[in-house]
Design a protein around this ligand. Structure first.
Ligand code: TRH
Length: 386
């Protein structure tokens, strides 16, 4: 059997690093039949994303992927044919030395964070020589244009989404699995955000509005941030609260694929970070993205770059209202006012979100591009095909 692909992942915080690596690992195994080893320093970050995951195990097999706790210190392991260093997580010296000894040396790729900024195109695919060892890594940037590495998208994703969105019975069943008696009334909004977001302002705008809003928040810090709106310190899983035009429901943290379904089922999705951001675009539903906060407000430049690209798919005034709400949400100011202007635009966002998703679907997905890229690198160094 040919050597596996290795993915190295360090969990900085939250779920995004683990979430992206897990999706990629699963897709490489399922769609390309590669052996895949995912080394992760905090396997516990994967536990909420998949049922029955053993957070203590040093090694386990899930969805065709060998999931390994990244040992500290590193144990000697023969490196695979392709080594993916996710998000510049810094490979252990033991891995690098073993890679340098291997013949041919593995293809080494640094999978970067997603950004819509234009500089990404110039940096995608660039090489970087190791200062000491005879190794070269290449930077692989996800992105929104043909000159980037694209976005993660499984082969059958859009067909599954379309089938679900067309089928009222499937939607009904889905809501029942969340413990609801069928499809909720009103505008269904999922709210996945950073706990420091101006949630209370948003909830105030919704409860004081004329349109019924059914808001779904995941259990944990987001639900806790909403609790004080009802004078409570916490909202447990399954809690349902009302005020004015707003109903808020706390849902259990869902397995990753079920979370996708929630995004497909809602009319509007508030998402964050990287992975839920991408999945909300594939949901082809209007969304408000909250980028992960960075020093010197670098995240706001990322937000602006994305809004500029996606905004071309909405009428001008609607694109502006969406951009204003997105900036208000990430900047923590004027959220109520921005929500009123966004809501006043009516139904224009759905066709725009669909057109944006179709446009993105015209590009090869990230996994396909990564495999092609690795193959090209392997051939260039005289290795047999992957
Ligand atoms: O959790 P995030 O904020 O993740 C990150 C990290 O903060 C990371 O350090 C940063 O670098 C990166 O963002 C940009 O947001 P994200 O990326 O959306 O990841 C959340 C994951 O959780 C995603 O895979 C979807 C999943 N999820 C579920 O599977 N079920 C759920 O119920 C929910 C709410 C999320």
């Amino acid at each position: 059997m040919s050597k596996p692909w290795e993915i190295f992942c360090k969990v900085i915080d939250n779920f995004g690093d683990a979430g992206v690596c897990w999706r990629l690992a699963r897709q490489l195994a399922a769609e390309y039949g590669f052996g895949v080893r995912l080394w992760i320093d905090e396997p516990g970050a994967l536990a909420p994303l998949m049922p029955d995951f053993d957070r203590e195990a040093m090694m386990q097999h899930r969805a065709g992927v060998e999931v390994r706790r990244w040992p500290q210190p590193w144990a000697e392991v023969e490196p695979g044919r392709v080594v993916i260093e996710a998000f510049g997580c810094a490979l252990p010296d033991g891995v690098l030395n073993a890679m340098a000894r291997a013949s041919p040396a593995p293809v080494w790729i640094n999978l970067e964070y997603l950004s819509a900024e234009s500089w990404v195109e110039e940096h995608h695919g660039l090489p970087s020589r190791h200062p000491r060892l005879p190794l070269t890594k290449h930077f692989f940037f996800p992105g929104f244009t043909p000159a980037t590495g694209g976005l993660l998208r499984e082969r059958d994703l859009l067909a599954r989404r379309d089938a679900f969105q067309r089928d009222p019975a499937a939607r009904w069943r889905f809501w029942e699995t969340l413990g609801l008696a069928g499809e909720p009334v009103g505008r269904k909004v999922s709210l996945f955000c950073y706990p420091e977001s101006p949630v209370l302002e948003l909830l105030e705008a919704w409860s004081a509005g004329t349109e019924e809003i059914f808001c779904l928040v995941p259990q944990g810090p987001v639900a806790a941030a909403c609790a004080s709106f009802w004078g409570r310190t916490a909202l447990p899983c399954g809690a349902q609260e009302h005020r004015g035009a707003l109903t808020l429901r706390v849902f259990p943290f869902l397995a990753q694929d079920v979370f996708d379904t929630l995004l497909w089922a809602c009319d509007l999705n508030f998402v964050r970070g990287e992975d839920s951001f991408v999945r909300a675009q594939w949901a082809a539903r209007p969304m408000i993205w909250q980028p992960y906060r960075q020093d010197e407000n670098a995240h706001l430049a990322k937000l602006a770059a994305f809004l500029l690209r996606q905004g071309a798919y909405f009428p001008e005034s609607a694109g502006k209202a969406l951009a204003d709400l997105s900036h208000a949400w990430s900047g923590g100011k004027h959220v109520q006012d921005a929500w009123s202007r966004f809501a006043a635009q009516g139904e224009v966002y759905l066709p725009g979100a669909k057109a944006w998703a179709s446009h993105l679907a015209g590009q090869p997905d990230l996994c396909r591009q990564l495999v092609d890229f690795a193959e090209k690198m392997a051939i260039m160094r005289g290795s047999p095909r992957l």
